[in-house]
Design a protein around this ligand. Structure first.
Ligand SMILES: Nc1ncnc2c1ncn2[C@@H]1O[C@H](COP(=O)(O)OP(=O)(O)OP(=O)(O)O)[C@@H](O)[C@H]1O
Ligand SMILES: [Mg+2]
Length: 395
């Protein structure tokens, strides 16, 4: 155990008798005791090392007691001072308060025990003040550390928000590119057909289709925020599912190689949902395209079937898209709706199709699930709330 450093008590009085008494009274105390009869010497001690407690005569011939007091407090405001004075007057008491003196002691020294007690009390008070100062300093350090940590956390958070935004924008841009590629290929095919077509009315029909696909592209591009926006709470017009399905099928046939793929479509008219026509079509284009890509090359083995069925089940319109491709392994089914998850070779798939399906369907308060049997095909099921006559979508 290391002893705490002893407190330094400086005693100043020009009367040798008093100084002697004070030495006798205080020398048994666990203190570092300095006694002097000279104010100038006392000032030197204060300025050189500082003291914890100054016990001084108020009236010294050279440097006055109050001047010593000021010097001691200037060096360390926590220094305590006890004044020795010859006159117990109101003046003395007042100047003690004014100068922030711990106490004063009257001469002659009649009660040395009282004096010792005052010294001990003054030092105890000073110790408490010192302890407070240490605690405050420690608090300031902790505070600064906390402020630092907070600033770092904030900066990190800003960075994360920023990079998340960037990632979101990247996904959005990739999604738009993904979604316009089908109509673009459709337009390309139609334009080539027009170039070779001598029958004007047929060429006009192709041109009208091109206009239609351009409208779709315009919708997709103009609503860049559409993929990330919160569910549409506004009224969407009622769209006939069978119309969207047949438009999607036509677009697939125009934009994706479908030789050897047999389509079976059962989508009676009159099944309406609240959605944007372009977005509903996008859902089926993505599902049909995946199905076609899954069964491609299977017709040699007697396969290559894509079956789409739409029906109403109570409050919902259900659309299933089934194929007889390889199906999806159980463990992979929860991954396929993630953005950029693909099992296709680089350059053939971006892994965005099903993510776009998922986002569009959930935006309209619907759901999409996957089933089927691994090895004999996949079945995707889309459920959307059926539209009654001009019924709003209630969020
Ligand atoms: N009908 C299906 N049969 C088998 N696997 C499928 C089928 N549909 C989707 N998958 C699996 O889900 C993955 C993700 O599909 P998704 O449509 O999101 O992306 P992608 O088709 O790989 O690429 P992209 O659609 O961007 O061109 C596919 O890579 C594939 O592994
Ligand atoms: Mg796909």
């Amino acid at each position: 155990v290391v002893d705490a450093p002893r407190k330094h008590l400086l005693v100043v009085d020009d009367e040798p008798v008093i100084l002697q008494i004070l030495r006798a009274v205080l020398q048994e105390e666990p203190l570092r005791l300095t006694l002097t009869d000279s104010g100038a010497e006392a000032l030197r001690v204060i300025e050189q090392g500082g003291v914890d407690l100054l016990l001084t005569d108020k009236n010294l011939p050279d440097v006055g007691g109050l001047q010593l007091l000021r010097a001691a407090k200037a060096r360390d405001p926590l220094t305590e001072v006890i004044l020795l004075t010859g006159y117990g007057s109101l003046d003395t008491a007042l100047s003690a308060i004014e100068h922030d003196v711990f106490d004063y002691v009257l001469k002659p020294l009649n009660n040395v025990f009282d004096l010792r007690k005052k010294v001990r009390q003054a030092l105890a008070k000073q110790e408490v003040a010192l302890e407070n100062r240490r605690l405050i300093a420690e608090l300031q350090v902790r505070n600064a550390e906390l402020a630092d940590a907070l600033a770092q956390a904030r900066a990190l958070q800003d960075e994360l928000v920023q990079s998340e935004k960037l990632a979101g924008i990247g996904t959005l841009a990739a999604g738009v590119a993904h979604e316009i590629s089908s109509p673009l290929f459709g337009i390309l095919g139609l334009a080539e057909a027009i170039a070779d077509e001598s029958d004007l009315s047929l060429a006009q029909g192709y041109a009208r289709e091109i206009v239609e696909y351009c409208g779709g592209i315009r919708d997709i591009v103009s609503d860049l925020s559409g993929y990330t926006r919160a569910p549409a709470a506004d009224f969407e017009s009622a769209v006939d599912v069978s119309r969207a399905v047949h438009d999607a099928l036509r677009l697939i046939e125009r934009s994706v190689p479908v030789e050897g793929v047999r389509f079976e479509v059962e989508a009676p008219p009159g099944l309406d949902v609240h959605a944007r026509a372009t977005e509903l079509q996008q859902v089926f284009v993505n599902l049909l395209r995946n199905a076609v890509e899954a069964v491609r090359g299977r017709h040699a083995a007697g396969g290559g079937r894509v079956v789409l069925r739409a029906s109403r089940l109570e409050t919902h319109v259900i659309v299933t898209v089934a194929d007889d491709g390889p199906g999806i392994p159980e463990g992979r089914r929860r991954l396929i709706f993630d953005p950029f998850f693909t099992t296709k070779p680089a350059g053939q798939g971006t892994g965005l199709g099903l993510n776009i399906v998922y986002r569009l369907v959930t935006k309209y308060h619907g759901s999409v699930t996957v089933g089927g049997i691994e090895g004999s095909g996949a079945v995707f099921e889309v459920r959307l709330p059926a539209a009654g006559p001009s019924r709003p979508i209630v969020a």
